[in-house]
Design a protein around this ligand. Structure first.
Ligand SMILES: CC(C)(COP(=O)(O)OP(=O)(O)OC[C@H]1O[C@@H](n2cnc3c(N)ncnc32)[C@H](O)[C@@H]1OP(=O)(O)O)[C@@H](O)C(=O)NCCC(=O)NCCS
Length: 248
């Protein structure tokens, strides 16, 4: 199934709960995705790729995350104003350069959700183990949590990964993150083991030795397998990652 059809189906399912049928999906591929719908009494929503000029959008999104959300969702150095803009610019470059598939969910033009698949354009670390496994991240602004948007974005990223022929999607989540755990479980993700993870940095950059992290945390590693023929190789790669994390 094409990405556009896949997205159309999963968004239609979501909208059915709200009694909404009208929806536009324009998704040539993972790098040119634009889907919009209106929820009665809530506003006009749009999922779109991160694009050039999005530094203010990143700041606006960060302003909607409280301290706990920033602690649980830490791919950017939220507490270091001197380096935050640079991290946002790097994320934009990686999205525009088709390294990471990254998206905002906007409500009436303001970002209320952000999600990404790190190294969706090709993960050299995974490829060295003969598999393609991007890593998922997602967050919803505090005021908009608990309305299905997180689950929707996880499913959107899963469809994106499938369209890119990934073997699996990986994610990690803090032990105390009950809403994250439930969101991923309900979207079909399975627990595979504990992993020690760097915080407030791009994990793949740490693995490549490009940056170092000051803060580490034990997290649950979870996956959704997309290519059953590569199950063993995927599980082996993830086990190697857990081992390597102990020595970073
Ligand atoms: C985790 C997060 C992305 C989930 O998004 P959300 O919009 O709040 O979650 P949803 O409303 O889509 O809920 C998804 C599912 O999980 C369930 N769920 C969510 N929070 C739950 C909780 N605290 N307890 C039990 N179930 C919960 C919902 O019932 C829903 O199940 P369903 O699909 O069967 O209806 C969001 O809460 C968030 O951004 N948290 C802060 C940052 C963060 O933790 N990011 C993830 C880091 S790993």
């Amino acid at each position: 199934m094409s990405l556009a059809l896949d997205l159309h189906d999963l968004l239609k399912n979501y909208l059915r709960r709200h009694g909404v049928a009208e929806l536009t999906v324009d998704a040539v591929d993972a790098w040119r995705l634009d889907a919009a719908f209106t929820l009665p009494g809530m506003g006009r929503f749009r999922a779109r790729n991160v694009r050039a000029g999005d530094v203010p959008a990143f700041h606006a999104f960060g302003a909607g995350l409280g301290a706990r959300a920033k602690d649980l969702f830490s791919p950017y150095p939220w507490h270091e104003p001197a380096t935050l803009d640079g991290a946002f610019r790097a994320a934009i470059d990686a999205a525009v350069g088709r390294v990471d598939a990254a998206y905002f969910l906007e409500r009436d033009g303001a970002p209320i959700g952000h999600c990404f698949l790190w190294k969706a354009g090709g993960n050299p670390h995974a490829r060295a183990h003969g598999v393609e496994v991007p890593e998922l991240g997602v967050a919803v602004a505090d005021a908009w949590q608990g309305r299905g948007f997180g689950g929707l974005m996880v499913r959107l990223l899963t469809a994106v990964a499938r369209s890119l022929h990934a073997d699996a999607v990986e994610l990690t989540t803090a032990l105390e993150n009950e809403s994250g755990w439930q969101t991923y479980r309900r979207a079909g993700y399975q627990y595979v083991g504990l992993i020690r993870n760097p915080q407030f940095v791009d994990v793949t950059a740490v693995a490549a030795g490009a940056v170092t992290a000051a803060v580490w945390r034990d997290e649950r590693q979870m996956i959704l397998l997309l290519n059953d023929a590569h199950r063993d190789a995927v599980l082996h790669y993830l086990a190697v990652k857990r081992e390597e994390a102990l020595t970073m």
